[in-house]
Ligand binder design. Structure first.
Ligand code: PLP
Length: 484
């Protein structure tokens, strides 16, 4: 890595005076320096002081191919800039959006063949909920008299359809799940602390239990746990009124709370419940798609058979701001009528340069065998991290693929968690800084119980697994002493 080139602007000063960082306690930088990352290579980043960090979070669970493909991807972006820097997907198409949609359809399981592009994960979740709402309207509306071309008459027909068919508009998600920050996506979120400042949110979403097994009764079998989760989901649907629910939105492996994998039979049961009550199943694959779980889609790994899939991050390995909703032919079908449409659009959705970048990313992933690399190495990654289970505060290691979490506990025997005040002292008071100081970026998170989240670029190998485990070992051992 080369060192930072001289800069005319005082970046530190300008950052403090002008840049409003996301989910950041800006007051914390009144005395401390803003960390400024200036370049990346492979799994490593470098800050403005020339210090190197192992990025064990892949940006935000998203730089799947790592940081070294800038030349190749940059060339694809430049070529596209020269050919067609922008055109829209509103009533028109252009080659890159078409090619990318076809590529995604070829990688997605089953008949998830239709792709609606947006700019990121929150917009994808937002679009999925809107799509589910309008799907039932469009499907119900089909029973109405033949459509007429006049827009006003169409509007009247829609109103009539809304009156004669019960509106399906509600959604169900899981506790502690993160699904983004726009108002719709935020409403689907299951994290009270980030919702509360913006209430009232979009009605009506209910949350059911996630698949966190660590705090379940110790003698409960996996089968009993699955039964508990499915019974709760079904009872929730019945209490909300199945005829009013359009969407169940869940991640194949839930990130927030720390990599909750599904118990045996869970997804088959959720799919059956969705079919029984005629509700669309949406898999939020903003993190899990494009290799993170060792498959192109997490839905494939767990045979989820969703009706909708939301994607973003890994689609371009974050070299571009692009996301999408992938829908099955069944979901598309009512929108194929001569006068029906999904009443949604975003100027930059399917931007040609973003699509060119995503296409190049997928080409690189295939050429480099990145998805196969994750599958071949996931067990080794697990086994290396498992050495950390000897540390007194490390209670659990869970996850799959290149997507792992360590849960930190006060008492390993009883699995007692830390109090809010202790979490503050442990995570923000010590761990985040100590890990960064030690040259590693990963997430110390307490949106649920306190966890360390490890999710490096998918090009990482044994050397990186060892380095991650070594740094975590030292820092967590020190944390154990501190919290004694
Ligand atoms: C599962 C999931 N859904 C949605 C989002 C929102 O994505 P974005 O930050 O691109 O809006 C995220 C972001 O981390 C996510 O993890």
């Amino acid at each position: 890595m080369t060192t930072t080139s001289p800069i005319t602007l005082d970046l530190q000063k300008a950052a403090k005076e002008h840049l409003w960082m996301h989910f950041t306690r800006m007051g914390g930088y009144a005395t401390a320096d803003v960390p400024i990352i200036v370049r990346g290579e492979g799994c490593y980043l470098e800050d403005s002081n020339g210090k190197r960090y192992l990025d064990a979070l892949a940006g935000l669970f998203s730089v799947n191919i790592g940081y070294s493909f800038g030349d190749e991807i940059g060339q694809a972006a430049l070529d596209q800039m020269r050919e067609l820097p922008f055109y829209t997907n509103w009533s028109y198409a252009h080659p890159r959006a078409i090619e990318l949609a076809a590529e995604i359809a070829s990688l997605a399981p089953g008949d998830l063949n239709r792709v609606f592009f947006v700019n990121g994960g929150s917009e994808a979740v937002e679009a999925a909920w809107k799509l589910a709402r309008e799907y039932y309207l469009a499907r119900g509306g089909r029973a109405a008299p033949a459509a007429v071309a006049e827009p006003e008459t169409r509007h009247d027909e829609r109103v009539a359809a809304m009156q004669t068919h019960p509106r399906k508009y509600k959604a169900i998600a899981r506790h502690i799940a993160y699904h983004g920050t726009t108002m719709g996506a935020l409403s689907i979120n299951g994290i009270p602390s980030i919702k509360m400042p913006f209430e009232p949110l979009v009605p009506e979403v209910r949350h059911v239990s996630n698949t966190n097994r660590y705090h379940r009764p110790p003698d409960e079998t996996e089968e009993e746990f699955t039964r508990f989760l499915l019974d709760e989901l079904e009872l929730t649907i019945l209490s909300m009124g199945p005829e009013t629910i359009c969407l169940i939105h869940m991640e194949p492996v839930q990130n927030a709370g720390g990599c909750f994998t599904p118990p045996q039979g869970y997804w088959r049961g959720v799919r059956e419940i969705c079919d029984r009550y005629d509700i669309l199943l949406s898999a939020d694959e903003v993190i899990t798609a494009f290799g993170r779980l060792g498959h192109w889609f997490g839905s494939e790994r767990y045979d989820i058979r969703p009706d909708l899939v939301t994607i973003a991050k890994g689609l371009s390995s974050s070299y571009a701001a692009i996301g999408g909703v992938v829908a099955t032919e069944r979901v598309m079908e009512p929108f194929l009528g001569e006068t029906s449409m999904f009443s949604h659009g975003i100027t930059f959705g399917g931007h040609p340069v973003m699509c060119a970048i995503a296409l190049k990313n997928i080409e690189i992933m295939k050429r480099e065998g990145i998805v196969e690399h994750v599958r071949a190495n996931e067990q080794r990654f697990h086994d290396t991290l498992a050495q950390l289970l000897d540390i007194p505060i490390v209670g659990d290691l869970r996850g799959t693929g290149y997507f792992w979490a360590l849960e930190l506990v006060k008492d390993k025997e009883t699995r007692e968690t830390f109090s809010d005040e202790e979490c503050e002292r442990l995570l923000r008071g010590f761990l985040s800084n100590a890990l960064f100081e030690a040259g590693m970026i990963c997430r110390a998170d307490d949106r649920g119980d306190p966890v360390i989240q490890i999710s490096p670029p998918l090009v990482a190998g044994q050397a990186e697994f060892d380095e991650i485990t070594g740094i975590l070992g030292e820092v967590l051992t020190e944390a154990s002493t501190l919290m004694r």
